[in-house]
Ligand binder design. Structure first.
Ligand SMILES: Nc1ncnc2c1ncn2[C@@H]1O[C@H](COP(=O)(O)OP(=O)(O)O)[C@@H](O)[C@H]1O
Ligand SMILES: [Mg+2]
Length: 272
């Protein structure tokens, strides 16, 4: 039965989508059947795995009850990686959900139907604390909270924690924090070192050991529709997300056993 992990922070640009894409891709690479659920109307996770959301029905159609999940989930071109895409119409989803009964648990209700089919379900949340994010909090077993190493890094985090507490009280008592993830670290700056210290003081053990460095390759890969492993598997960003996947799996990943970029290209070419 799938473990459902939401990637949340209502602040934009903290590395939610980048993390959701690359965590799912590494879990898939170690043969865990994984579903990436794009809950952000921007659809960045959808395009970031090279998927054109126009091709299929989106999560919007699913949570408003218009289509079944089966009609909306697609296999991506990456190993064991499936997508439940979003497109801009999801913006309307927030409004439309207002009139639905149990509107906070629509996503949970739908994901419960397919939980048996996957090992992991990773949900990329939008940059707000609105109804779509509430749906993510209700549907998740655990949460990953990416925090960017920048000024005011912890700003807004107390709002998020408060919302998580409310959700625990009323809708999802077993919701846990999987981990707080420091992103876009520039280890040459004092600011980064201060933020790391501050976050570790605040969250203690809940902070992932893995810290994601600022790495231009991580910013480039989505424009090619590729998870980092298939864009440049040797870059520091790839190594960091591999380490993060190990922390989530609580086991070592044998790098040599992974489908390398070249192997992958070769099989793709053979198939074509
Ligand atoms: N570790 C990183 N190094 C460099 N750029 C990054 C890194 N992580 C994310 N980015 C870039 O920063 C921007 C915001 O990241 P994104 O993952 O989209 O954040 P969010 O989903 O929280 O809004 C994107 O342009 C992304 O490519
Ligand atoms: Mg995003």
């Amino acid at each position: 039965m799938a473990r459902i992990i939401g990637v949340c922070n209502q602040k934009g640009g903290t590395g939610k989508t980048t993390s959701a894409i690359n965590i799912t891709s590494y879990l898939g690479l170690v043969n865990q059947k994984t579903l990436l659920v794009d809950m952000d109307p921007q659809g960045n996770a959808t395009s970031g795995v090279g998927f054109n959301s126009e091709e299929r029905k989106s999560i919007y159609d699913v949570i408003t009850g218009k289509v079944s999940l089966g009609e909306s989930i697609s296999k991506t071109q990456w190993p064991h990686l499936y997508i439940l895409p979003a497109h801009i119409s999801l913006t309307g989803g927030e409004i439309e959900l207002v009139n639905i009964e149990h509107r906070e648990s629509q996503l949970k209700r739908e994901l419960d139907k397919i939980r048996e089919d996957f090992s992991y379900i990773i949900i990329d949340a939008p940059p707000s604390l609105g109804l779509l994010t509430v749906n993510v909090l209700v549907a998740s077993d655990t949460l990953i909270i990416p925090i960017q190493c920048e000024y005011y890094a912890l700003e807004g985090v107390s709002n998020l924690l408060h919302t998580i507490d409310l959700i625990r009280e009323r809708l999802n008592p077993s919701l846990e924090i999987e981990g707080v993830l420091l992103t876009m670290a520039d280890f040459r700056t004092r600011l980064t070192l201060q933020v790391i210290e501050e976050v570790r003081r605040y969250f203690g053990e809940k902070t992932f050991n893995t810290i994601i460095p600022r790495n231009i390759k991580l910013a480039e890969a989505p424009s090619f529709g590729k998870p980092i492993h298939f864009y440049d598997y040797l870059c520091v960003g790839a190594k960091a997300y591999l380490n993060l996947a190990e922390e989530i799996l609580k086991e070592k990943i044998d790098v040599n056993s992974l489908v390398t970029q070249m192997d992958f290209q070769r099989t793709a070419d053979q198939r074509a």
